[in-house]
Write a protein that binds this ligand. Structure first.
Ligand code: AP5
Ligand code: MG
Length: 213
């Protein structure tokens, strides 16, 4: 099963993708997480990606596409995967489509997690992220068991550099201009499903599972 998660920054794509990955036993592939791990480890890729991420801009397709295609070509992705944060514009979606169709394959479901802008700004300020394993928390809605420490891997939780209010505004704008057109793209392919992302995270999860069956 190959799933694409769509939705504005902070809509809950990562939260839901992790829950889906666990339930269906498929990898959660997040380009954002891959970039953040590279930044944390000080790699060349991380340094390059950071320039764009800190401004709320998309990392250039030349970098992003290669990383994603390498990742989904790995053995653990043979049964399927849940993509979170990719594709993020039409050219990325076209490349993914072509790569899959060469293998006689396709995306089975595109899940659009729908959340209005007002809720987004509130969610971002309270988010805490683990840069080691990609787990996401919220100081009110999804607190870790021990403050500031990841439940899953014991590493320190941080406020992401791109969760500052000015950067969040840019990210929302980039989303509207470049990513939102993917809703039409996947609707035309007959695989798009909308879920109300303002509900409690478990209710959102149930709605998605009802679609996937
Ligand atoms: P990325 O890491 O993908 O960030 P994003 O799309 O901006 O999305 P977020 O991770 O901010 O939000 P989310 O939807 O995952 O929400 P979450 O589950 O955390 O990308 C970051 C940057 O990397 C980009 O700006 C770009 O520069 C670069 N990049 C990445 N991919 C790229 C690509 N393909 N091409 C080019 N550049 C790329 O939830 C948010 C908060 O709300 C959390 O605190 C969570 O606990 C809480 N929450 C979740 N669900 C609920 C709920 N139902 N109710 C209440 N709270 C909730
Ligand atoms: Mg995310």
């Amino acid at each position: 099963m190959k799933i694409v998660m769509l939705g504005a920054p902070g809509a809950g794509k990562g939260t839901q993708a992790q829950m889906l990955a666990k339930k269906y036993d498929i990898p959660h592939v997040s380009t954002g997480d891959i970039f953040r791990m590279n930044i944390k480890n000080g790699t060349e890729l991380g340094m390059e990606a950071k320039k764009y991420m800190d401004q709320g801009l998309l990392v250039p397709d030349e970098l992003t596409v290669r990383i994603l295609l390498d990742r989904v070509a790995r053995e653990d992705c043979r049964k399927g995967y849940v993509l979170d944060g990719f594709p993020r514009n039409i050219p990325q979606a076209d490349v993914l489509d072509e790569a899959l169709s060469k293998l006689g394959d396709k995306i089975d479901y595109a899940i659009n997690v729908d959340v209005p802008d007002e809720n987004i700004i509130r969610r971002m300020g309270g988010r805490r992220a683990c840069l080691s394993c990609g787990a996401t928390y919220h100081i009110e809605h999804v607190p870790p068991k021990k403050e500031g420490i990841c439940d899953k891997c014991g590493q320190e939780l941080v406020l992401r550099d791109d969760d500052k209010p000015e950067t969040v505004k840019n990210r929302l704008q980039v989303y509207k201009e470049q990513t939102q057109p993917l809703i039409d793209f996947y609707t035309k392919k007959g695989v798009l499903h909308n879920v109300d992302g303002t509900k409690d995270m478990n209710e959102v999860f149930e709605a998605i599972v009802a679609i996937l069956g």
